[in-house]
Each structure stands twice: as C-alpha cells, then as structure tokens.
Design a protein around this ligand. Sequence first.
Ligand code: ADE
Length: 252
Amino acid sequence: MMRFTVLTLFPDAFRFIEEYSVLGRAVRSGLIALETVDIRDYATDRHGTADDYQFGGGPGMVMKPEPVFAAVEATLANIPAEDRSATPVALTSPQGDILNQGTVNEFARAPGVILICGHYAGVDERIREGLITHEVSIGDYVLTGGELAAMVIIDAVSRFVPEVVGSAENVEHDSITSGLLQHPLYTRPADFRGTAVPEVLRSGNHADIERWRRRESLERTLRLRPDLLNTAPLTNSDRVFLASLGWSGTSD
Ligand code: ADE
C-alpha cells in the first residue's frame, strides 16, 4: 500500500486520479491511498489566506509559510513515527530537479509521499529550507500550478506499487525503466498498406527475437537519446554492437 498526501489549494483537481481508469481502480481497491489536504484549512486567518505580497516588492504573490508548515506537520503526526524520516516531502516547482525514473523509484520505495503543490510566483524560502526534502519539476516549462505535476508524480510512482499495473514484467520491461528506449512494437495485420512486420518477429525463434529487440532498443537509444547509454546497464555484447554503430563509449 502506498500513501500519497497532497497539500494543495485545489483539492478537487485530484478527483481526476480517483476516477481515472488504472489509478482509480488502484484507489478503490486500496492499493494506493490518496489524501488531499486543503492548505487553506491551515491558514491562520478566517479567510483561508495562503499567499501574501513579497517582501522587497515585485509582481506575484508568495505562498505563506505558516499554513504549509502546519499542514505538513499535521500530516506527519498522522503517520507512524518509524516512517516519518523515510517519507519524502516533495515540492512541485519549475525550479526542481527534473523528474526521472530514478526519483520515481526512490519515491516508490518510500512508505508514502507528501506532495506540496506550488502556486503563485513561488513559495516562501523558509518552506524550501525547513520542510521539503525534494523539489521536483516535470520539465522545463511553466504550469499554472503544481497540481498537474503532482498527478504526474503520483501516476509514475503508482505503476511501481505491486498489482497497480497488470504484471510486474510490464513495468520492468518498460522503456526507460530498463535504461533504454523501447524496441518497435507490431500487432496484426502482418502487412499494413504495404509495410510488413519484420520477418524475425514472425519466425517463432525466441532467441532471434530477443536479440533483434535488444539491438533495436540499442540502435534507437543511440539515435534518439544517446545520453541514456551513459547509465544504462549494458552487457559486453551490447557494447560491441553499439561500437559497430559508431558509439564511442560516452555520449551526451
Ligand atoms: N509548477 C509550475 N511549473 C512546473 C513544472 N514544470 N514542474 C513542476 N511544477 C511546476
């Protein structure tokens, strides 16, 4: 069971996850728990004020520290003491480390994840200094708020919770999870508008098929994402094959 607690100014946005096919099923069957906390409920005033003007002046509001600290502290108080230090407190923001499979796996191994959805011009720096363990961006572009980024994180992490996705093998063999891009996939018909499925895939020879798929993955990764080859687990024969394609052993 994986527990996500999302601190947000827009809790209703997360209905999408509760209802959406794969994740909705996982929530309903108790494989993942999704709790949303409305940051405004922890505001210090009656109006639920969560933002304020910047010291020093300038456009854009800043998320106030008190409600976010109070909401995180209340969340941490509700989880078993032995799990607290292993629970990431992640802020979504365009300044964060760009999300990758390594971070996704790290979160998937945690007992739960607390996600804070950034808003406005940003958060008070004391939130960054005193509360968060990870700051995560989902790419070099700016969203109107951190909710969609939090949903991306929840989706990617949930795939590693046992039974959320059909078979463990699916998850392990994924493009990127294996460190390489995926080989081409084909289904019927065997001939579509004059383009035939590669003969090897119809040969029934599993060793040949595995070798073909591995080489296609390597070739595609070298062509489209050579940076991945620096960290992908490669065998000696992978290296020999890549060298035959002109790979020099390091790529960027
Ligand atoms: N909030 C605004 N833009 C974002 C991004 N690219 N990633 C995560 N959170 C964000």
